[in-house]
Design a protein around this ligand. Structure first.
Ligand code: NDP
Length: 257
């Protein structure tokens, strides 16, 4: 059994992701931005996917200022994207790089914090599309590039504590995260033993981002880990030290004692 401490305290070598191409969705803000920066700092070429170009440019500038490796801005609204858009995304990666070594399905939305009896259907559909269906479609479309990785690609989906144990008023968000856990287990079982490709989930835990502040407006953000604090778990799963880890749902933060 993989120890949580091994992941949360993971000290990544600086060249962990050298020569690798890693795609991060929601790379303009919060956890995605921090993960993109950490990947670049560890040698990767990072594809910054997201829907707000100004935010992606900001992440790009931060990577450049830190002297990181290449980053490329890839505007995409995963909620509105069609299967043709996802296929085109894969074709662009294939023609430019020939392979994709890591995919971090991080983008997500919160939806409403309200009883299910009052939950709006249109919000429900948006949350399920963004947090689940679009991530499935994107990953499926990118599979040819991921399977072309010579190092064995690592695919990460983003879970949540409310995707493991139901909690009142978390509505479609909780349901989408439960489904992500199921998607990871199902897909991981299908790829088990088929080379080094691996599919896992990360639960970031309470992290100081805009989404967390929206969900818990009365909370003091200073009491929370920053997005940068939790990047070791992502680096662990993206690099060679996690070869053979497949179908797991890992915590990016140590359990509180
Ligand atoms: P943020 O709201 O800070 O960032 C979410 C990112 O997703 C933003 O960059 C946002 O883009 C992007 N995004 C949302 N919708 C779309 C879309 N349709 N197309 C493309 N990009 C989109 O959230 P966090 O960083 O906190 O969350 C990141 C992930 O971690 C989410 O999956 C979340 O559920 C999960 N998580 C977070 C926790 C926390 O405590 N923060 C705890 C547990 C799980 P834009 O800024 O342009 O809107």
């Amino acid at each position: 059994m993989l120890s949580n401490e091994k992941i949360t305290n993971y000290a990544a070598p600086l060249d962990l992701l050298a020569d690798r191409v890693i795609l991060v969705t929601g790379a303009g803000d919060g956890i995605g931005r921090a993960v993109a920066r950490a990947c670049a700092a560890h040698g990767a070429t990072v594809l910054l996917a997201g829907r707000t170009i100004a935010k992606l440019e900001d992440t790009y500038d931060a990577i450049a200022a830190a002297g990181g490796c290449d980053a490329i801005i890839c505007p995409i609204d995963i909620e509105g994207a069609t299967s043709d858009d996802f296929q085109q995304f894969n074709a662009d990666i294939e023609s430019q790089f020939g392979h994709l070594d890591g995919l971090v399905n991080n983008a997500g939305i919160l939806g409403q914090r309200t009883p299910l009896s009052h939950y709006k259907t249109d919000v429900w559909e948006r949350v399920i599309k963004t947090n689940l269906s679009a991530q499935f479609e994107l990953t499926q479309a990118l599979m040819p590039s991921l399977q072309a990785s010579s190092t064995g690609a690592s695919i990460i989906f983003t879970s949540s504590g409310v995707g493991r144990k139901g909690r009142a008023f978390w509505g479609a968000y909780a349901v989408s995260k439960f489904a992500v856990e199921g998607l990871v287990q199902t897909w991981a079982a299908e790829v088990e033993g088929m080379g080094a490709l691996r599919i896992n989930a990360i639960n970031p835990g309470a992290t100081r981002t805009q989404m967390r502040a929206t969900a818990y407006p009365a909370e003091n953000p200073e009491t929370l880990k920053t997005a940068t604090d939790i990047t070791p778990a992502y680096l662990y799963l993206l690099g060679d030290d996690s070869l053979g880890i497949n179908g797991q749902s890992l915590d990016a933060q140590a359990a509180k004692k």
